[in-house]
Design a protein around this ligand. Structure first.
Ligand SMILES: [Zn+2]
Length: 762
């Protein structure tokens, strides 16, 4: 692979698509205006609506019904006159004839067992029963229900800067989450006849009205979550008197719902930086057995939140600790039944505090007074200040490593949702990635600060490659509406989290990225950002043109696969005949011999010129490797014309390498090239993605070193999500795969159970 450098012609066909890949996102993004600037910030006339709620709720623990009366005060901060108001009726997804049930694509193979059939035939009288919509004076208001949406028509249109208050009375049957699924509902504990309720999207809630969507009244089909305006909440929840309640906001009447003992424990917890139990396991187990008959009303207030959720059960243990963000105390709490232990008492609240701290560092300071994690079998779901998280050990108190990391991950993730989308309030119904992707990215940072080497499922570039190089039929661009996304988790969580990680580690660098990301968070906290606001801010605050990156990673399904096709090595010709002629001779002597020549040496006993001495002339006799007087003279003349710098270069023995790359996956990407030298030392060269700006299929690059290179490795630190690393090395390398002829049997026993067995001598 070594050649002598005489001259090089770089010739490559220009690719028409390279221009498209680096085109600015002018057509794709909305035109900047007075509400949203071209820099990605809220514009000088940015506005948003406000929705305040006063609610009285009653839980019927015998029939699993929730009843509510709410007064909504809606303030129109827009410059527009609103003839009607739209509200979300998310519970209607549980109606027997809901669209989400009708549009579910099914095949007969979905009905393989009697359980499948049973589930399909199971009926549940779900959905809202709206009993009254009226003005605060009691006059009935006209309304229309369109599946999961309700339109209310005020007597006269609501003008700019005007407010309207109205009352809604409703009830619904709470779904059994373990049977019918859902983000909220109840879990029934049959042995002891107790319920654990996690209640959310449970009341008619105002839709967002803004400059982007008008009314965001796109039907709730199940995947696209909730888009809600900010407001202040005052909520009273009446539950059995032995229930412990966790709700969005600050508890207003601890004195009437908590015992003196619990309140004194809470006082200690509020100044403790480790969790303190407010309700112990023994106390919770006692409540489970002795069911109370009376009721208690828990009252909460929450300011500037976009929603309200709560959990209630007599099974709850409760612990709390304080954490401080920029001088502000934040009460971190967990609520869990004994079934969550030993994991929950040990980890949950510590994870809440750690998440609040880490997210505050990378995004915005957490401004709410509390942050709560509630144990809820199997799911993970987020609401302002409160979230419901899975992670349940086995009944024998052991748990698999997967359960532990699953619980840690889900708590960090759901508590992290306080930032995206509860505070940085993107439109979830339209774009799942804007909250899930950004949240999963900061989740990764938070996990890494929780445990060194934390096996994060999403974030590192190499974890996304299986997905990205998969069957294109089942891959959607990130910029796809929430309802139409193939492979939801990979698309809305994994890929955007990876993309941000690549921006941070490789394309922008940590300093520029962190500043721009924080700028986006600061600009849009307690506001409604769109994808364009994010894309624009990240560029505007960093000075890095990222249009090609958004285009490739967010608008396409292309993937990174760069192959290092060849490496050619060149050395400078010294022009010194003494050196060059000797080199040429060495090269000629070491050239492999043609097989015919070798055989002819034996088979042709004598050629004509060997026999007849008159055949060989000047050319046959001369030694082309001989250095003569004229050669030397010409060399001296050339030397006399060179500057000292030019002489130095010629003597330097520099090594030239021409590397050729092919972009096989389509997605343009920086080239990270590691050269390893003969002496074992290495050097890394980072080439920005713009190397592909004229030709996005093939590029070549010349690298010059002082010493010979033995190998080149592309993407040596696995930072670009290159989907095929087998074509990344020169010379190519291959490692054997160890395969097993006999599969070891794996039982259901987890390693903790195995250890117990080991210790017991069985
Ligand atoms: Zn999430």
């Amino acid at each position: 692979m070594k050649k002598t450098l005489s001259f090089l012609v770089v010739c490559s066909a220009l690719s028409a698509s390279a221009q498209t890949k680096f085109a600015q996102l002018d057509i794709e993004l909305p035109t900047p205006n007075e509400y949203r600037t071209a820099a990605g910030a809220p514009g000088h006339n940015y506005y948003q609506q406000k929705a305040d709620y006063k609610m009285n709720l009653t839980l019927d623990d015998t029939k699993q019904i929730i009843r509510g009366e709410e007064v909504i005060t809606y303030t129109n901060n827009s410059p527009d006159v609103l003839e009607y108001l739209w509200l979300q009726l998310d519970q209607n997804i549980f109606k027997a004839d809901s669209d989400s049930k009708l549009i579910a694509v099914e095949k007969m193979e979905d009905f393989e067992s009697i359980k499948d059939v049973e589930r399909k035939l199971m009926t549940f009288e779900g959905g809202f029963n709206i009993e009254m919509v009226a003005t605060v004076n009691g006059e009935k208001m006209r309304y229309a229900i369109n599946k999961t949406m309700m339109r209310i028509d005020p007597a006269k249109p609501l003008g700019p800067k005007q407010s309207i208050s109205f009352k809604i009375k409703w009830w619904y049957n709470i779904n059994d989450r373990m049977k019918f699924g859902g983000r909220s509902g109840y879990e029934y504990f049959e042995k002891e006849d107790n319920y654990l309720y996690t209640i959310a999207q449970f009341f008619p809630r105002m839709c967002v009205y803004n400059d982007v969507e008008g009314w965001q009244n796109k039907q709730f089909l199940g995947k696209g979550e909730f888009t809600l305006p900010f407001g202040d909440y005052e909520v009273s929840i009446t539950v059995p008197s032995d229930h412990i309640v966790a709700g969005t906001g600050e508890l207003q009447n601890g004195a009437s719902v908590m015992t003196a003992e619990q309140r004194s424990r809470m006082d200690k917890a509020k100044i403790s930086n480790t969790p303190i139990l407010i309700v112990t396991q023994a106390e919770a187990e006692n409540a489970e057995k002795n069911k109370a008959t009376g009721t208690k009303t828990w009252t909460y207030k929450a300011k500037n939140v976009r929603d309200f959720a709560f959990a209630t059960s007599r099974k709850f243990m409760w612990d709390a600790q304080n954490t401080v963000v920029k001088g502000k105390n934040i009460l971190c709490m967990s609520f869990y039944p004994k079934e969550g232990n030993p994991l929950w008492e040990r980890y949950s609240t510590k994870l809440v505090a750690h998440t609040i701290q880490t997210y505050s560092k990378y995004t915005i300071d957490y401004t709410y007074p509390v942050a709560i994690s509630v144990h809820s079998n199997q799911i993970g779901m987020e609401y302002p200040m409160i979230c419901f998280n899975g992670g349940r050990p086995n009944e024998d108190g052991t748990y698999s490593e997967q359960t532990k990391y699953g619980m840690w991950g889900v708590i960090i993730h759901e508590v992290g949702h306080n930032f995206f989308p509860m505070i940085i309030n993107s439109d979830e119904r339209q774009w799942s990635w804007m909250d899930e992707g950004l949240n999963t990215f900061v989740q990764y940072l938070t996990e890494q600060e929780w445990e060194r080497g934390y096996p994060s499922r999403r974030g590192p570039a190499a974890m996304i490659t299986d997905y990205m190089r998969g069957d294109q039929k089942f891959i959607s661009p990130i910029m796809t509406n929430s309802e139409s996304i193939w492979q939801f988790g990979n698309n809305a969580y994994g890929k955007p989290a990876t993309a941000l990680n690549i921006l941070r580690e490789t394309i922008m660098g940590r300093e520029l990225f962190d500043f721009a990301f924080k700028t986006y968070c600061e600009r849009w906290k307690f506001k409604h950002p769109t994808p364009a606001d994010f894309f624009r801010t990240m560029e505007d605050a960093s000075g890095v043109d990222l249009d090609w990156f958004w285009r490739g990673w967010f608008y396409s399904t292309e993937y990174v696969d760069i192959s290092l096709d060849y490496v050619k090595n060149f050395e400078l010709n010294s022009n010194n005949p003494e050196i060059e002629k000797a080199e040429n001779k060495k090269a000629a002597d070491s050239r492999p011999q043609f097989i015919g020549d070798a055989r002819n040496k034996e088979s042709i006993k004598q050629t004509v010129n060997e026999r007849d001495t008159l055949i060989d002339d000047f050319y046959a006799k001369r030694d082309i490797y001989q250095v003569d007087r004229l050669d030397k003279k010409e060399y001296e003349e050339l030397q006399s014309k060179l500057t000292p710098e030019q002489k130095k270069i010629l003597e330097s023995k520099k090594q030239f390498y021409e590397l050729s790359f092919t972009n096989k996956g389509g997605l343009v990407t920086p080239l990270i090239i590691q050269a390893t030298f003969e002496d074992g030392s290495t050097k890394v060269i980072n080439i920005p993605a713009e190397i592909w700006k004229m030709d996005d299929i093939t590029v070549t690059k010349v690298l010059i070193f002082d010493k010979p290179v033995v190998s080149f490795q592309l993407d040596p630190f696995l930072e670009t999500a290159d989907c095929d690393v087998n074509n990344n090395a020169f010379p190519p390398t291959s490692k054997p795969t160890r395969f097993q002829l006999f599969q070891q049997k794996q039982g259901n026993e987890n390693p903790m159970q195995r250890q117990k067995r080991l210790e017991s001598g069985n």
